[in-house]
Design a protein around this ligand. Structure first.
Ligand code: FDA
Length: 304
């Protein structure tokens, strides 16, 4: 019950402009720097290099979402292109994650598509891959439509599917052959569209992963849940699914020992490395997911 209240509280804060303005001043003090790899692409590349040395591959995300002007959307796409160039220049094992609302999905869908095309052309030149994060339910249909359109010309693009949505199993079946990140889901959604009980979400999550793997499709299993990871390891062995048909993913700064252990076992382990100035929404969702994450904020406030 109390964790439900704190989840709702932090999800409310994640979209509250007044709280954002206040919190941005306190950034590092709130502990955000433990889960965000700095504000610049150079800082992010330093982090990625260190993670690569531990055998961990990465995906970087230039933080930003819910952009409302054409200029901001274009600037955000330019950041993505610079990030791809920086990865190539640094010779790191890393791909790109992004949010369509940061590229203008709510401003003008054609602009958003054009931004994606510019990013995918750059990624193609460097033989790299781009993952479209999944945002809240109001953006789901537009995201899947754009993905479908882009995949007519590009195969280096995939998205993420959230297990809390009732429709997701059928989306996973429809997206056979697409590189999908499979997740439980991080936003507050209504009971009309999303399961509200954790046990139900967990069941659907395992089911979705198994459906996609048995379909012969590539799955990025993005979770910190050791029970899911253990079950998927056993499932892939029992079903003869090769290690190069899937990868595990975790967020930068979470369960870092487990990340290294999974890589040592010979599994591909990808770390989601967020960077940039617009860290607020991302950080609030992390606090919402797990009340214990608040310790980052408390530690930060207590530090000098
Ligand atoms: P969950 O939070 O359900 O925890 C399950 C159990 O695991 C806990 O009860 C605890 O025992 C253990 N555990 C979890 N975290 C722990 C920790 N830090 N330390 C110790 N034990 C821990 N969401 C979205 O909507 N769209 C997206 O595009 C993405 N993208 C994305 C990428 C990546 C790489 C990750 C890892 C996650 C996302 N998410 C996301 C977020 C995702 O939807 C989900 O909200 C979080 O991952 C939390 O769910 P988990 O599956 O990690 O475990």
């Amino acid at each position: 019950m109390s964790s439900m209240i704190s989840r709702n509280f932090f999800l409310f804060l994640s979209q509250n402009k007044f709280a954002k303005k206040k919190a941005m001043k306190w950034g590092p003090k709130l502990g955000a720097k433990q889960v965000i790899a700095g504000e610049t692409i150079q800082e992010a590349m330093e982090t990625v290099k260190k993670l690569n040395e531990y055998g961990l591959v990465c995906t970087v995300d230039h933080l930003g979402e819910f952009v409302y002007s054409r200029e901001e959307a274009t600037a955000s796409a330019n950041h993505c292109i610079k990030a791809l160039e920086a990865m190539e220049g640094a010779g790191v094992d890393c791909n790109l994650s992004l949010k369509l609302t940061s590229l203008g999905l709510d401003v003008d869908r054609n602009l958003c598509r054009d931004n994606m095309v510019r990013i995918l052309e750059t990624a193609k030149k460097y033989n790299n891959f781009v993952r479209i994060d999944m945002e809240d339910y109001t953006h789901l249909e537009a995201t899947l439509e754009l993905l479908h359109e882009l995949r007519q010309s590009y195969d280096n693009v995939g998205t993420a599917i959230q297990a809390y949505l009732y429709r997701s199993e059928s989306d996973v079946r429809r997206l056979k052959g697409v590189n999908l990140r499979l997740i439980k889901g991080a936003y507050k959604e209504s009971p009309e569209v999303a399961m509200q009980k954790q046990a139900e979400v967990d069941r659907n999550y395992l089911n979705m992963i198994k459906v996609h793997l048995l379909n012969g499709s590539y799955a990025a299993i993005a979770t910190h849940d050791h029970r899911v990871i253990a079950e998927i390891k056993a499932f892939t062995i029992e079903n003869g699914i090769p290690k190069d048909q899937f990868e595990f993913q975790m967020l930068y700064g979470f369960r870092t020992e487990m990340q290294k252990e999974i890589a040592r076992e010979g599994y591909k382990m990808r770390i989601y490395v967020p960077f940039g100035e617009d860290w607020y929404g991302y950080y609030m969702r992390r606090l919402a997911e797990r009340p214990q994450n608040v310790r980052f904020a408390i530690k930060g406030l207590l530090s000098k």
